[in-house]
Design a protein around this ligand. Structure first.
Ligand code: GTP
Length: 583
């Protein structure tokens, strides 16, 4: 489903109806165990859970709904036989509904359509039902109507899942093969792989082999989650469970890899169809505010990476910031979640650079290289051509917000590809846009706010195209602040430069002296603002006519200002970086 349409809540009801978790122990969104998930109310990592109901074993995977976590959805879909397509009756079909449906169809899954939140007074049940039937090409009566919150229709839906979704094929006589669809790290047991057994079976203490990674491991523990870990002595064909591999290098256990028995010859161990490797699209630098905390940051990133294949990071260092990492993310939400987790779980204060997309440079000798951060942007003489990624951006909006949505799309570099009516009052707009426009201009948040949350979007990266870019440098007190540099389209450069210095002027705290804020391209100043000095009233506490004392205080202040200014560097509070980072 789309974000917030009620998957986790429905999963809660399933856990309850099947008696997997007794009602008195139930907390809301039981499967969203991460603090941040509860706070933001979104699922970041899916959790496989096993339930028993009417003599059947049901394996449920709760998937994340946000566009940044699409790769998680595609992984879970490859491990199951069927999917419930859930749509919020108050919001109707959204961009993610369509993209997830496409993913499920590609896996040939049985799809069970259900409309949630029918208890809400503002829900448009009939309309959504028609739209959904139309989208799937089915009879509207086949759509299930539920309220995951109250529980209406939930047992019905579960019965239908049992009836319509076929049991897994019995391949028990074949040699063991399983698909890895997720992993987590355990200090004692090594990498724990979440697997779907496709063929044969696996037993405790057997030796396993990872086909693509060419790595060996031992079965330290196998079991399933319900939702706590329940060890078993074997996992058979069709089952979903976990397998502790004893492997201590997380990089070796790759999602999408096939796990098999070491004893099987390689001729027998054909690799299962893998998943699409998640590719980071958004890059930004992360520095510890206190440079002594570099190792802690490294440790934090390494730990988070264990459960997040899409996160990448490489050490780098910058003048004034010390050592940090250049990190790659799937999107802005992904970046925000990782930096939030670094702060909370590792107690780090961080400085983040403005996010950037990746650029491809073709040098005069025709060699190609990639630029992931503004600091790597080469000198003009080393650029024959620069390229960037383009994407097909799909926006779904109710007719009522069409005007504003079009205005937003026209405000960025974009070309219209098609417009489609979906059902009665939803319109699908498809545009070609540079990925840079989606990422660095915060398109998603703007679209959400102009449509009061009713419009939605999705994008697919398509190809590399030629562009004209320049590096915009920001100078504070005449010093270049590397972390604020930005690569921009040549056409946007002046406007962007002006916007950044104005924003800095409004968000930096006043100092005892005035601070010039400048934007420059190749050393040429293109925009300038001044942060006015704050005149602290040092003599206010003195009343009466103690003139010499007053003079002394004023002199002292003047000297202090000079000393500060001479240091030539101003402390930029991390909130300002964050502010700038939000664009
Ligand atoms: P993501 O994990 O972020 O994709 O969201 P989700 O699809 O798991 O949605 P979640 O279960 O977190 O529900 C989102 C919000 O909708 C929560 O505030 C739920 O309480 C609410 N909600 C879910 N189902 C219903 C329902 O049937 N009726 C009403 N009124 N609210 C519901």
């Amino acid at each position: 489903s789309h974000i917030d349409h009620g998957k986790s809540t429905l999963a809660d009801r399933f856990l309850e109806v099947t008696g997997t978790i007794p009602k008195e122990k139930m907390r809301e969104q039981f499967l969203d165990a991460m603090d941040l998930e509860r706070e933001k109310g979104i699922t970041i990592k899916m959790k496989p859970v096993r339930m028993q109901y009417r003599g059947c074993i049901l394996n449920l995977i709760d998937t994340p709904g946000h566009v940044d976590f699409n790769y998680e959805v595609s992984r879970s879909l490859a491990a199951v036989e069927g999917a419930i397509l859930l749509v919020d009756a108050s919001k109707g079909i959204q961009a993610q509904t369509i993209s997830n449906l496409d993913l499920a169809r590609k896996q040939n899954l049985v799809i069970i359509p259900a409309i949630n939140k029918i208890d809400l007074p503002q829900s448009k049940v009939e309309e959504t039902k028609l739209d959904l039937a139309n989208l799937l090409g089915i009879n509207p009566d086949e759509v299930f109507l539920i309220s995951a919150k109250i529980g209406t229709g939930v047992s019905n839906l579960l019965e239908a899942a049992i009836k319509k979704i076929p049991p897994p094929k019995d391949n028990s006589d074949k040699p063991f093969r399983a698909l890895i669809f997720d992993s987590e790290y355990d200090t004692y047991k090594g990498v724990v792989a979440f697997i779907r057994v496709i063929d044969g079976m696996i037993k405790l203490n057997e030796k396993v082999y990872l086909v693509q990674a060419k790595a060996e491991g031992d079965v330290k523990e196998i079991g399933y989650r319900n939702p706590k870990s329940s060890p078993v002595s074997e996992l058979k064909t069709g089952e979903i469970g976990y397998l502790a591999t004893g492997i201590k290098e997380p990089g070796k256990v790759r999602v999408g890899d096939t796990i098999t028995l070491k004893s099987l010859s390689q001729a027998e161990t054909m690799s299962l169809a893998g998943y699409k490797e998640p590719k980071p699209m958004v890059f930004l630098s992360i520095y510890p505010e206190d440079s002594d905390e570099f190792d802690l940051l490294k440790d934090g990133l390494e730990k988070l990476k264990l459960n997040d294949a899409a996160l990448t990071f490489n050490p780098e260092s910058k003048e004034g910031l010390g050592r940090g990492f250049q990190c790659g993310f799937l999107g802005l939400l992904h970046a925000e979640i990782i930096s939030e987790r670094l702060k909370r779980e590792f107690g780090l204060d961080l400085i983040l650079s403005i996010p950037s997309v990746v650029y491809k440079i073709i040098a005069p000798d025709n060699k190609e290289f990639f630029v992931y951060s503004p600091s790597e942007w080469p000198d003009n003489t080393r650029i024959k051509e620069s390229q960037e990624l383009w994407a097909n951006l799909q926006v779904l909006t109710p007719v009522a917000y069409l005007g504003q949505a079009l205005e937003l799309l026209e405000s960025i570099e974009s070309r219209q590809l098609k417009t489609n009516y979906l059902g009665i009052e939803k319109i699908e707009l498809v545009y070609e846009v540079p990925l840079r426009e989606i990422i660095s201009k915060n398109f998603y948040d703007k679209l959400k706010s102009l449509s009061k949350g009713f419009a939605s979007m999705n994008y697919d990266v398509t190809d590399w195209r030629k562009g004209n870019f320049v590096k915009l440098d920001i100078l504070i007190l005449g010093r270049k602040e590397e972390a604020l540099s930005k690569i921009v389209s040549e056409n946007d450069a002046l406007k962007e430069g002006k916007k950044i210095v104005e924003k800095l002027r409004d968000s930096l705290p006043s100092q005892l002296f005035s601070v010039p804020l400048q934007a420059a391209i190749g050393g040429k100043i293109v925009a300038r603002e001044t942060l006015k000095a704050l005149r602290r009233d040092v003599i206010a506490p003195l009343y009466g006519g103690d003139y010499s004392r007053k003079r002394k205080l004023l002199e002292k202040q003047k000297k202090g200002k000079k000393k500060l200014k001479d240091r030539g560097k101003m402390h930029i509070p991390p909130q300002v970086f964050l502010e700038m980072f939000k664009g």
